[in-house]
Every structure is written in structure tokens, then in C-alpha cells.
Write a protein that binds this ligand. Structure first.
Ligand code: GDP
Length: 140
């Protein structure tokens, strides 16, 4: 199986409730390795740019406001099939539909404040990692 990297974000609802450690334990417990990590605060322009793919969706303004409402922890996860593995551990976007035991089922407040982001393809993972990290910040 392929060793991949993916971008993960611990969102403002989770940092506000001091859940970084519990979410990291879930990620590490699933076999993913956190190979880079930093806590940052996005401004509105940065949140807009990160979620530009959703710019025509009705929830875009709310999402940008939410993502810039507090600090986030951005991380690079590495492991076998890391993109799909992380999506599995995260659970469905809507926590009401997320499988039990997943991060969103355990911690998300609602469909917007859903605690974590994870890249949805290897191609998007590469672009999202480059959005937040330079090569020397990822020791490997
Ligand atoms: P993800 O890949 O599971 O994060 O889901 P998407 O890429 O479809 O959406 C990006 C983010 O936008 C989600 O994680 C939510 O924070 C938010 N979002 C998605 N769908 C909705 C929705 O229907 N309503 C609201 N308020 N937010 C949403």
C-alpha cells in the first residue's frame, strides 16, 4: 500500500474546547503519524482562499467566519492510504451521520462546527499541504 500524506485541520470549535490532545490521540491511534503541526489563526482572506472551491455554496460565508473565529491546528498526517484513512477516522461531514467512534461523532457540534478537516484526494492533499507548510517544516 502507498505511504501518503494528507492535510488535517483541528477546527476552532475543537481548539476552543481544548480537544487537540484527544483528537491527536485518535489520529495517532488509527496509525497515522503527525509529521508536521502548528497552531495558527486564519484571517478571513486566508479562510476564503482555503475554501475557495466552496465559494458558490450557501454555507460559504458562515464557513469562512467560523474558520477565522479562533485558532486552528494545521497538521500533515502520514501513513498508508493516509487520505482515505483520515477521512474514515474523521467520519461524515454531518456528525448526525458520522459512524460511531469517529472524531466527528465524538466531538463535532454540528455540520459546520465539525471539529476537523481532512483532504479528500491525494491531489488536494498536496495543494493543501503547500498552502500551509513549506518543505523544511515537514521533517519526514
Ligand atoms: P468535508 O470534506 O467533510 O469537510 O465537507 P465539505 O468539503 O463538503 O465541506 C467543507 C466544510 O464546510 C465542512 O467540513 C463543514 O465545516 C462546512 N459545511 C459543509 N456542508 C455544510 C452545510 O450544509 N452547512 C453548513 N453550515 N456548513 C457546511
Amino acid at each position: 500500500m502507498a505511504i501518503e500524506r494528507t492535510l488535517s485541520i483541528i477546527k476552532p470549535d475543537a481548539t476552543r474546547r481544548n480537544l487537540t490532545g484527544q483528537i491527536n490521540a485518535a489520529l495517532e491511534g488509527s496509525g497515522l503519524r503527525i509529521v508536521a503541526q502548528k497552531r495558527v489563526r486564519l484571517n478571513a482572506a486566508q479562510a476564503e482562499a482555503f475554501y475557495v472551491v466552496h465559494k458558490d455554496r450557501p454555507f460559504y460565508r458562515g464557513l469562512v467566519e467560523f474558520m477565522s473565529s479562533g485558532p486552528v491546528v494545521v497538521q500533515v498526517l502520514e501513513g498508508e492510504n493516509a487520505v482515505a484513512r483520515n477521512r474514515e477516522v474523521m467520519g461524515a461531514t454531518d456528525p448526525k451521520k458520522a459512524a460511531s467512534g469517529t472524531i466527528r461523532a465524538r466531538f463535532a457540534e454540528d455540520i459546520e462546527a465539525n471539529s476537523v478537516h481532512g483532504s479528500d484526494s491525494a491531489e488536494n492533499a498536496a495543494a493543501e499541504i503547500a498552502f500551509f507548510f513549506s518543505a523544511f517544516e515537514i521533517p519526514g
